[in-house]
Structures are given as C-alpha cells and as structure tokens.
Design a protein around this ligand. Structure first.
Ligand code: HGY
Ligand code: MN
Ligand code: MN
Length: 409
C-alpha cells in the first residue's frame, strides 16, 4: 500500500496557493490567467520519470498520466481544478489536484505500478467566474460537441475563451494533444465540502452520493439614459430602479417558498453608464439557482421569467440561461468503494449530497464517478478565509489513495 507523505502533501498544497496568493490568505487565480498557467507549469515540474506523460485537450484540460502495467485499459482518473474565484480560497479545487498528485508520488515512493493507468485531471474553468458556464472543461470533455460554443464565450474584458485556450496549450509544450471525450474507467474527485455539514455533524470525511442541480441566468434590463437633474420621475425608463425592484421581488419569491433546500443568489449586478448623474440605461445581473429536485428548478425558473417579464415597467427585459445542469447521482459501486475506504480509515464520516457543483457532475455522464469530501472551517468557501485542518487534508488523501488503488487493481 502506498503511504501518503503528509509533509509533502501540505508543502505542495501551500506552494500551489502562492500562485495568485493574496495578503489576506486568499487566492486570485482565475481560469487560464497567467498565474494559472504558471501554476500548471509548476505542477509539471513536480513529477519525473518515464512512467509519466502530460496531455492536453482542445478545452485546455490538462492530464498527468502515470502508466500502469496494462496501458490498453482506459485510465482511472482523479483530479479537480486549480482555477479560483476572483477572491477564492487556497483549497477549492486545488485540494483535489494536489491530493491526486500526492497519491501518484506515494506510489512512486513505494515503487508500485497499478494495473490500470492513472490520470490526474486539471480541468479548465471550473469556477465559471471568468468564462461561462462553470465546469466548462469537464463539460467539453463529456460533450465534445459543446466545445464550439464554449470557444466563442468571452470574459468581461472581451478575451475569447479560444484565445485563452491557445495560450494555455502553448504554455505546456511538453503536453501531447489528446482527444476530448476519451474512455475513462472511473473518476473519483477529492474536494473540500465548502459547506457546514461535515463540521456541524463532527465528521472528518464525507462520502458524496451526488450533486444538486444548478442553473445560471443573466437578466438584462434596458431603459434610456437621461439627465438626473432634468428628467421627471414619471417619464423615466430607469433600468437600475427597475432591476433593483426585480431583484427584491425575486428574493421575496424565493423566501416565500420556505424551502430550506433552495439556493438563489444574485452575485453580479452591473449598471451602465455608471455615472452618478445619468439615469442608467442598461443593467445586467446574474442569478445562481440551485436545488436537489429538477421540478423545483423548473418552477423557480418559470417564476423568475414571469416576474422579470411582468415587472420590467417602462423598460425591456431579457432572460438568458448561461448554465443548466440537472441533479447528479453518483455510481453506487464507486460510492461503495469510497464508503469502504472511509470506514477503514476509522475517521467519523457521513454521506451527503454536494451543494457546490464539481467537474464530477459531468464525469458522471461518461464513467462511474464518485467524490470524497473533507470539512471546511465554518462551511466557508469562495472566500479568502476558506480553510481545512491539515490532518483532514491528509486523511482525505489517504482515503483517495486507497480508493484509486482499489479501482486501478
Ligand atoms: O459554484 C460552485 O458550486 C463551484 O464551487 N464552482
Ligand atoms: Mn471547486
Ligand atoms: Mn468553487
């Protein structure tokens, strides 16, 4: 059995956090920015040996492959993402990548060759804060026909994803091109919970059985810009006042449902021209809607659409869906392997559905998939204060090693 080196794991994890590290302990390493490409190149320097090769696909998903004894078999895959929110934490995504890397290094130290080849995936643009939708790289892996659409998406500065993808491919000359959507034997992702469930229930490990559904929308309210001092209130087409009222009504609608499983967030609100003495003529705001039951997502989307179209007053309104993913159920057989490895660890654990989405939601469409969680302090994530006890990071990595050893036997 390969033994995980706790000191090396934490050292690698903390070094990765320096790429885009912030003075407040957070990390700013958005998808395919220069700091992420630097971090990818640093990762490439962490492994040596003929058993390793790097691969990159047309969505700039990066793969570290560790040869097995029977390399005709589709790989057993682990991994996550190293892109972060604009002000992210040191572990969201990064933990799953470093834990997978440490498992490979532990196998090297123990001179163990698995039967199946192992692959560590570094997925592109999981966060979706720079390019929409989120989990873009793994979505293209599972649905190659979507790549064309994704290549046309641009960030807030107008940089097309295609250009960022080309730069990422160029940054890794040692990575050989590989096709999207190739066969995978199984996928297991380690991740921080990003919520309070494990900590509140005194658990150190979480066996994840699925991921709730998610939909993203962009609402555009269009009015007319006019002079703040001369234009009477009753003749204005004020996009900002209209949008602010709509946000309040949508929030009231969500609260009125009194559904503890519902999640609705307005995370971005931009008003043009953004001048103190000009009435705004265009407001764009986003909605992140989540729920474990698809029918509730449907009825909430219906309610949002009718609220916006009815409540636009003298302005015009448009609702654009940016992302849509139904609830995901993981494969019983892989969940059982994670369960057994968690039980064998002796750590207090529980089963749970993930509130956050992950690349595993797309991988579940193409191969038997499951996830493993470690706790987040105070359930905090997408925040510079995101943190997890080092001992929990090590325990989770040890369980990941046992799971990958079992799957790749
Ligand atoms: O938004 C999410 O659930 C993920 O953390 N990107
Ligand atoms: Mn994540
Ligand atoms: Mn995240």
């Amino acid at each position: 059995m390969a033994c995980v080196d706790a000191e090396r794991l934490i050292r690698l994890q903390r070094t990765l956090a320096n790429f885009g590290g912030r003075p407040d302990g957070g990390v700013a390493r958005e998808a395919l920015t220069a700091v992420e490409l630097d971090a990818r190149r640093w990762l490439a320097q962490q492994v040596q040996g003929p058993q390793y090769s790097w691969h990159i696909d047309e969505a700039a998903n990066l793969f570290l492959r560790r040869a097995g004894t029977d390399n005709d078999l589709p790989p057993v895959m682990t991994g996550s993402h190293i892109d972060t929110q604009p002000v992210g934490g040191w572990l969201d995504g990064a933990y799953g990548v470093i834990a997978g890397l440490e498992v490979m290094l532990a196998l090297d130290s123990a001179d163990i060759r698995t039967r199946y080849p192992l692959e560590l995936a570094i997925w592109t643009n999981e966060e979706g804060s720079r390019f929409s939708p989120g989990a873009m790289g793994s979505s293209a892996f599972a649905n190659p026909e979507l790549l064309e659409t994704f290549l046309g998406s641009s960030d807030a500065k107008g940089v097309p994803f295609a250009a960022a993808r080309d730069a990422a491919v160029k940054a890794m000359p040692e990575a050989c091109p590989v096709a999207l959507g190739r066969p995978v034997s199984a996928y297991v992702e380690a991740h921080i919970e990003q919520g309070p469930v494990l900590e509140v229930s005194g658990c150190k490990l979480g066996v994840v059985t699925g991921i709730q559904g998610v939909r993203w929308f962009e609402i555009t309210i269009t009015g007319s810009s006019a002079h703040a001092g001369t234009t009477p209130l009753d003749v204005r087409r004020d996009a900002l006042m209209t949008a602010a009222r709509l946000v309040a009504h949508i929030g009231d609608m969500a609260e009125a449902l009194e559904d503890p499983a519902l999640r609705l967030t307005v995370g971005r609100f931009e008003a043009d021209p953004g001048s103190i003495n000009t009435i705004a003529d265009c407001v764009r705001f986003t909605i992140d809607l989540r729920h474990p039951v698809e029918a509730v997502l449907d009825s909430c989307e219906q309610a949002i659409r009718s609220l916006v179209m009815r409540g636009a007053d003298a302005c015009t309104a448009e609702v654009r869906r940016l992302m849509q993913r139904a609830p995901t159920e993981f494969a019983d057989d892989v969940v059982a392997i994670v369960d057994a490895a968690v039980a064998a660890s002796g750590e207090p654990s529980c089963r749970l559905v993930s509130g956050a989405f992950h690349d595993a939601m797309h991988m579940a469409d193409v191969c038997p998939t499951a996830m493993l969680f470690v706790p987040s302090h105070g359930g905090i994530s997408h925040n510079a204060a995101e943190d997890t006890d080092e001992a929990d990071l090590v325990a989770g990595t040890r369980v990941l090693a046992a799971v990958l050893a079992e799957l790749s036997r």
